[in-house]
Design a protein around this ligand. Sequence first.
Ligand code: IMP
Length: 838
Amino acid sequence: MEKKEVLKKLSPSTNEFQGIDIESIQKSFVNHLEYSLAKDEYSATELDCYKALALTVRDRLIERWIETQQAYYKHNAKRIYYLSMEYLIGRTLGNSLINLDLYNVVNTAIAELGYDLKELRELECDAGLGNGGLGRLAACFMDSMATLEFPAYGYGIMYEYGIFAQQIIDGYQIEKPDNWLRYGNVWKISRPEYLYPVNFYGKVKQYYDSDNHLKTEWVETRQVMAMANDIPIPGYKNNTVNNMRLWSAKSTRDFQFEYFNDGDYEKAVKEKAQSETISKVLYPNDNVHLGKELRLKQEYFFVSATLQDIIRRYKKTVKNGFADFPDKVAIQLNDTHPALAIAELMRILVDIEDISWEKAWEITVNTCAYTNHTILSEALEKWPVYLLEHLLPRHLQIIYEINYRFLQRISKKYSNDIDKIRRMSIIEEGKDKKVRMAHLAIIGSHSVNGVAELHTEILKTRIFQDFYEEWPDKFNNKTNGITQRRWLKLSNPGLSDLISSKIGNGWVTDLYVLKQIIPFTGNPDFQESWQKIKLENKKRLAEYIKINNKIEVNCNSLFDIHIKRIHEYKRQILNALHVITLYNFIKENPRADIVPRTIIFAGKAAPGYYMAKLIIKLINSIADVVNNDPDIGDKLKVVFLENYSVSLAQIIIPAADLSEQISTAGHEASGTGNMKFALNGALTIGTLDGANIEILEEVGKENIFIFGMNASEVDELRHHGYNPWDFYHKNPQLKKVIDMINNGYFSKTRVFLFKPVIESLLDLGDTYMLLADYKSYIDCQQEVSKTYKNKKKWVKMSILNVAHTGKFSTDRTISEYAKDIWNAKPVHITIPEKSDEK
Ligand code: IMP
């Protein structure tokens, strides 16, 4: 009998590992505890129990996983490859249970054995392999692609250390390493058999072969190996389980034996450790490009391994060359971080596969697509030419060639416009020449998309205007989204159940179905249940705050929440100015009937971002004063929750009344936190920025609080010379707030502590125009409080927000990518019945 047939014959019958009744799950759990983890009732820890449960759930994914991967071969499907340096996944157990539709049965099975599912879920470490929006978007995309049955793969890096754990000590952020793999990870399956060499350094050799063709080789390189680690991504209630493949760096051989044999153990170990640093840590910066060599290594490492894997898979199914490559492969670049894929694919096609430049270029452009995530100039990737020359000499040559050919075209068309040519070049001229990765990504892709309507307009009319004029059809918008499976069904079971009790479960796979709750908006019973659920969620958060911050908050106060990365453009300082304004008002008007508020912040600052870290200290210092002032009582509380993460977001967002989305208009590409809040019934206070504008369009202006300048007004004011001092002198309320910070009211022992904050607002030009928007923000916050007093009105607005979030599902976003960019079709997976007869 053939080996394959033997394997098939011996494969266990469905019931052994797949049973979804209570008894089968309990048996699986006990089996794993004993045989996978070697524990008994005396030695099993809580963590062992979590692991045994996770393994039990994983078993139920495996068959579907294999079946899915085989089906993609059988259908010879076009594959979608999502390339992202970040995946902010969070925990997997709860999400898998939801998607496998096993939550309730596992809950019961485990409870009968004396365990609490919620408690076990808490033991799972978050996979924090991302910084913020970009990484979380990639995780939501993976969920939607599997749910929509697309043949999709996520590729990235298996960082040994994810985003740092944040501690707040004396009000300051302290970073601790996130050693998330310390106790192993049940969802990660290492595949040492998928091991690819990745080359660095070396030099380029050119020669003429016997047919007089110029050949190019990249030689004398140093190699690092990339090893695959797979994580299963189940779709919701279908049989699809897609694959996420994250690379870890391994040295080429376990040890350099020459050194080892010579007795130079230290050198042998050092070399091994050095090559493995590539996948050691995630760079903890959001929306900023630092230009570190190790980061460039990470980018190439992951691109090179991924392309080798893609091409290996392609060659298994297509035997007659690369002409069909774009029909079988779609590569989506999540920002410019994987943009080297364009140069690497050209290198493989031209140097290794011997394809002509012209043909290779056509294949590359038709395969690759680029998503831009930011217009902040400090975030645009530009790598010094000397660094590329040193690390990736052949790629630099290829980039030069791409640029040369592109500029030839442009020069012919606009012969005299040197300025335009200079602007469009991939190379930024100057003392230190730089490679503009965004230009490489635009020129080498057939699609360039922004992530919200306003953002795409800004790309077309401002930062990439020349390219848009050249290729108007390349540019398109794909407004971001979120997966409702995690951000409502899993994180807010109370609200989910209430909604489903009225309109069924259709919304879980078609978020537009939420519109069907509109008729219940005025129904008093429905309103009451809605409010009760919000209150329960607030109590849960209040409990968390009590345990972690030792602060008692009033659950009847307005929960006003500002959670996201700390960044000047996101304007946490503007919120802080409002806090102080409220504080002053309460002090000056002790008898005023004010709406009590609990103002909650959370978010990490990049460790090297001085001002962001000072903002955290400022918020905590304000909190100290406000929370301990007996005149204030529970009218106002300020809370900074440490270590913001996906799991913490799942507790905070369902409890929110008000969602702060207050970036300076024209700066936030989209935002996705804004969508998560609206989906959980929080009302937004926001500027006309990113996807806030689309939330406004969906929910209507009567159900959202919009303030401040729009993007054109911001530009105009900047253009005409913005002077923050004018606003400071004009508004005594603002002046008082600023002076209090400046004079050490919140830093009595170090009076000058917050001087840099005030300097940035007054002396250094207030880049993000907080002072210009202050009055409008304060007025709008008063409108919020007034509305909150009217409970009936508030609850109606809350219901209508949820009802109108249909557009913001990543299911919609992914359907648009698949249709407009990838030309990909779903593959429906069926699991064959297994007979017990072998
Ligand atoms: P990859 O797509 O080659 O990375 O393989 C992933 C999974 O797809 C494997 O573990 C197999 O389960 C399945 N697979 C690989 N090659 C084939 C094939 O030729 N036909 C059907 N299934 C395959």
